[in-house]
Write a protein that binds this ligand. Structure first.
Ligand code: BGC
Length: 382
């Protein structure tokens, strides 16, 4: 009897180990599907690509390198799938990328002036990687690290939990920071991103997602005809190195006014360098609300961005210059994609008047953003 139990235990253990080692998996629950494939290797770790599909024709592909969304297929008004995010065809290109395509950005998304801030009387020097400033977490930000990944699938949602331990001192930041980012695809054509973190020393944090969208499809021209609305009465003017001056300026009667829909291109020439600013979203009270809405007339695709964050960085792909080759051999030129990065204000650690970004031991950082898609033929997600 004893021998039999041992044998069963051994067989069970082998099965569990085999499952754990399994590199390519397919799962289907209700209308939801999940596929996991081996995407390559870096830093001695395996990179996986997860394909998440819902029953409405929306498909999200993401990798555990940088938490990067590599593809996001949305049906257009004729039901044809359109890949609406810029990206590459190989892991090596994501490793070499300097545009943050599709990535999770942290520990502090956006800029910190001179890479310096003071916390509880101590000055911290961060990696300076953008002119005189610190940008998007430094030289090796969260967009360039390998995350642990754990997929899940339920009848109404499918997703991946990504976790990463950012060690005390990484890129100059204090505190061991445990980060968890959950990507979820729902039946309502939403890509939800839930961010969580805890620390063992006071630190600063501002996580965001950096997909470049083009609702006509990646590589299919510029985004200047996209109709954009941003629910913000104010924006943050910046200095020549893109650090906010501290002023909150009304958008009214300026090229920054997207309180009603405008095509991105209609006034872009009035903004030196193109749009690359934080809009101060209305009604910041910790609750989710609509922050921005974009419609592309030819595909009929609409994207809505919901968030609990105080700001949104609207970046019109000004630094894309056609030098990199993206998916399917297509090159990405100036304004071929736009980002809507939900976040706290840039350089908040040096602006006590801005909403606070300090995370202390015992506290939990928790924020949520939803990108929701619909098109002419998709009445469900309107
Ligand atoms: C910033 C841009 C920067 C870009 C990097 C955006 O979030 O606002 O200034 O060049 O990221 O790809």
């Amino acid at each position: 009897m004893m021998k039999h139990t041992k044998r069963l235990f051994f067989l069970g253990l082998m099965a569990v180990m085999a499952l754990g080692c399994q590199e390519n998996t397919n799962k289907k629950t209700g209308k939801m599907e999940m596929k996991k494939i081996n995407y390559g290797e870096t830093d001695g770790k395996t990179i996986y690509q997860y394909t998440l599909a819902n029953g409405n024709g929306m498909v999200v592909k993401l990798i555990n390198f940088g938490g990067i969304v590599t593809n996001l297929f949305v049906p257009d008004e004729n039901g044809k799938p359109v890949d609406v995010v810029l990206g590459y065809d190989s892991l090596q290109q994501y490793i070499e990328d300097s545009s943050y395509f599709g990535a999770i950005v942290g520990r502090y998304g956006n800029r910190i002036a001179k890479g310096q801030f003071t916390l509880d009387g101590q000055t911290f020097n961060l990696a300076v990687n953008n002119g005189p400033n610190h940008l998007h977490g430094g030289i090796k930000g969260f967009n360039k690290v390998v995350w642990d990944s754990d997929p899940f699938i339920f009848p109404e949602k499918v997703g991946v939990v990504l976790t990463y331990l950012s060690k005390n001192g990484e890129e100059g930041y204090p505190g061991n920071l445990k980060v968890k980012v959950t990507y979820t695809l729902t039946n309502d054509n939403e890509l939800k991103i839930d961010y969580e973190a805890t620390t063992d020393k006071p630190t600063v944090i501002n996580l965001t997602h950096h997909s470049y969208f083009n609702l006509k499809g990646a590589g299919n021209g510029d985004i200047l005809d996209h109709q954009l609305q941003i629910m913000a009465d104010d924006y943050l003017p910046v200095d020549p190195t893109l650090i906010p001056t501290g002023e909150l300026r009304a958008v009214k009667q300026s090229a920054m006014d997207f309180t009603t829909p405008h095509s991105i291109g209609s006034r872009i020439k009035q903004v030196e360098g193109g749009y690359d600013h934080t809009w101060v979203l209305n009604d910041y009270n910790g609750k989710m609300r609509l922050g921005a809405k974009v419609t592309e007339p030819a595909s009929g695709i609409t994207m809505k961005v919901f968030t609990d964050q105080p700001g949104i960085q609207f970046y019109s792909g000004n630094f894309l210059d056609g030098t990199v080759t993206g998916k399917n051999g297509k090159r990405y030129f100036k304004h071929f994609g736009f980002c809507l990065e939900t976040q706290h204000y840039p350089d908040s650690p040096n602006h006590p008047e801005f909403p606070p970004v300090v995370l202390k031991p015992g506290e939990k950082y928790e924020t949520h953003t939803v990108y929701q898609f619909s098109s002419g033929n998709n009445t469900k997600a309107k």
